[in-house]
Design a protein around this ligand. Sequence first.
Ligand code: ATP
Length: 444
Amino acid sequence: MSKNSIDNKMNKIVSLCKRKGYIFQSSEIYGGLDSCYDYGPLGIELKRNVKEFWWKSMVQYRDDIVGLDAAILMHPRIWEASGHVEGFVDPLIDCKTCKGRFRADQLESTPCPQKPSKMVNECGGELTEVRQFNLMFKTHMGAVEEDASAVYLRPETAQGIYVNYTNVLQSSRQKVPFGIAQIGKAFRNEITPRYFIFRTREFEQMEMQFFVKPGRDEEWFEYWKEQRIRWYDELGIRKENLRFHQHDENELAHYAAVAFDIEYNFPFGWKELEGIHNRTDFDLKRHMEYSGKDLRYFDDATRERFVPYIIETSAGCDRTLLTALVDAYEEEELENDTRTVLRLSPKIAPIKAGIFPLVKRDGMPELAHKIHDDLKRHMMVFYDEGGAVGRRYRRQDEAGTPFCITVDSQTLEDQTVTIRERDSMQQERVGMDAILNYLHERIN
Ligand code: ATP
């Protein structure tokens, strides 16, 4: 895809997100804050649905995984033990000509701020030496700003799980193999955030750490690889746009023995969506060393004591959202015009059904209101009586709403409505008392 068509598709998605209330630039009336975004009325519903779908498949439907919500601020020694203070760095380079700051390993794909048609490695700007830049946000706890009070905004949720591993083990009566799942904010002072919500400085992760007996790690790693790619399939993401990428020795993080990314074919190329890592016993051993606490597991059955290995599945919530939006966006050529449609899976679509009276008279609005009031106790629905019904359908197509229910003159006679399906645009007549079942069946 050429740079123009990439920008074109991304610009269309960014503009749809703003127009329909999915995602707004943060602090927009003050000129915006780079790489920070706010989720609007539809965006927050989509996000909640993605998180709930993840939580159901990773926690609720399983007997061997439990949940956690750890604090964002944690003891600063944790980040020494994890290796982040020393090693969570990206190579940074400055340009003396334009005063821009860039990732030294991405110069050939970063446009020059002054000459956007050229990349930073070919624009002729005077570049400094490469420096190592730590991505953690540092702040101070309490009233005094001194080194002893320094704390970090967590750059990943995983460490909150490791330091709670014995608490969870004892309180939940789980036995190895078992997992702990968490959804929460993480912060990274990325040098070059880009591509809308793909790479931001504040984002949400959906992470699960699975504790296994050493020696069983490879089979569990394979198991989780398959489970996780299947999850995106169930989310409605097209299979041909997903693939695995194995990290070679140069890419492997300091904690990982084996790592695979699940990648998605974004308009700007194949990029990581989720990381699956065999973290070995690195993290628990380091926390044993730095905290002085014994984090070994005692296996009642075999009378063995060991430090579990950890298989991690680490997904980005915002990136999953972007994936769902990109994958669903389509401009469909119809006979006389083009319709913009978001083919989101009904499972995660923010609004499940639009409810319309065909016209604003003859008792149709009253009936449509009644349907709306009944349905809203079960799912997100939206009442709309503004403009021609065709325009109302199109507005819901663009918002990704999978079903539209219309009350018309026949409804007054036989208590049936039409239900129009977003993707096929087919309509069928359904009894008013059967609407809820109809929707439940098709959504789940
Ligand atoms: P990348 O190589 O893209 O920087 P990473 O390998 O550093 O990602 P991990 O540390 O494995 O990412 O984090 C797990 C997941 O968290 C990623 O797959 C991604 O979905 C999400 N994530 C990481 N950094 C960001 C970010 N800056 N903005 C949005 N999501 C992110």
